[in-house]
Design a protein around this ligand. Structure first.
Ligand code: X2X
Length: 347
């Protein structure tokens, strides 16, 4: 009996010795976790990153210290490599645009299908429904843990040459697009001359006038970057939506204990909700954002349903070409959600 007791206590001591380094694992957290962003600190996208870092630092008692690397500092190359950086653990976190991740996660091109999402309700339904959950699962299987959906926004086209009202107005316009192939197809289809370029380089191209235009959301990008300084015309056509995903490298994620994972999830969800609201400010149920563009000297073109249809017709080939890559089931799933929203009289 006594011997038994000794053996047990020896085993107990061994077990304790074994667990001690693990119990002290908090001490082995990295001194700094890196977050990648394509954009700068101004606007809802960049501000959300700062807010998330502050929240996590505060709630973890300073244990999880996130530093934001704005304006593409971490990838020092192509912005469409951001997902790879996460996968390799070069970036621990990213507030990533689904466009930039789409070369690695083909299903994310769903959001770039031209004129597919009629409005915010449809988008929310797809993100929160089974299609969104499937996409998160795919992202996770590829080595990135998605915490929540954020938003860059609906993308509108701007240029320095002329108002765009019909596909013919695109003729000869050199438009900067992201280096994700579906955008080349879309803009060739509507008659423009698309050139892919990183966002950082695009700034110089706008200044020097080596490109005529670009496409990006109003509140998250056009306003913080004051694009009216180089481009006087904007056409509101909501042709594509650009959600963000707050993602964590799986290697980094697995190094956190369960309670810190829960902390990060909760802080992420709260920050994403705040960020989405900010990205829609002045666009949903208000014209404040568009008014602001006009005040800054832009001519604003709104398209009638018939005019929109003319652009839509031009881009039908994009569906044929990209449908297989995105996945017909995923598209059908999203279409069902969008139809439900329309039936409820919303968009
Ligand atoms: O590069 C862009 O256009 C931007 C900022 O919207 C993205 O990162 C997709």
């Amino acid at each position: 009996m006594r011997r038994h007791g000794i053996i047990l206590s020896v085993l107990g001591a061994l077990a304790l010795a074994w667990t001690l380094p693990w119990a002290g694992e908090a001490a082995t957290y990295k001194p700094e976790y890196k977050t990648s962003l394509v954009v700068g600190p101004t606007g809802p996208w960049g501000e959300a990153a700062a807010r998330f870092a502050d929240l996590v630092k505060e709630r973890s008692g300073g244990k999880i210290n996130i530093k934001n690397y704005f304006a593409g500092q971490l990838f020092a190359g192509r912005q469409t490599n951001e997902f790879l950086l996460l996968r390799q653990g070069v970036a621990d976190f990213a507030w990533g645009s689904t466009i930039n991740w789409s070369p690695q996660v083909k299903e994310l091109n769903l959001f770039s299908l031209p004129f597919f999402f009629p409005g915010y309700d449809a988008l929310d339904a797809v993100e929160n429904g089974s299609a969104g959950k499937r996409i998160f699962k795919i992202v996770e299987e590829k080595g990135v843990i998605p915490l929540c959906w954020g938003e860059n926004g609906f993308r509108e086209v701007t240029n320095s040459k002329r108002p765009i009202q019909k596909p013919g107005d695109m003729e000869g316009l050199k438009l900067r697009v992201v280096g994700s192939p579906i955008f080349i197809d879309i803009f060739k289809a509507v008659g423009a001359n698309p050139v892919s370029m990183n966002w950082a380089e695009a700034q110089t191209a706008f200044q020097q006038g080596t490109v005529d235009g670009q496409e990006n959301p109003i509140v998250s990008v056009i306003m913080p970057y004051k694009l009216w300084q180089t481009q006087k015309h904007i056409t509101l056509w909501k042709y594509a939506i650009d959600p963000l995903i707050l993602g964590v490298s799986k290697t980094t994620w697995d190094s956190f204990d369960a309670s810190d994972q829960a902390l990060l999830r909760k802080a992420g969800e709260e920050t994403c909700a705040w960020q989405k609201k900010g990205a829609r400010e002045g666009l949903q149920g208000s014209t404040a954002a568009v008014d602001n563009l006009a005040k800054n000297g832009m001519t604003v073109v709104s398209l009638t349903p018939k005019e929109l249809e003319a652009f839509k017709q031009k881009t039908l080939g994009v569906y044929t070409k990209w449908g297989q890559d995105i996945g017909p089931d995923l598209i059908a799933d999203a279409e069902r959600e969008i139809a439900k929203i329309a039936k409820a009289g919303k968009r």
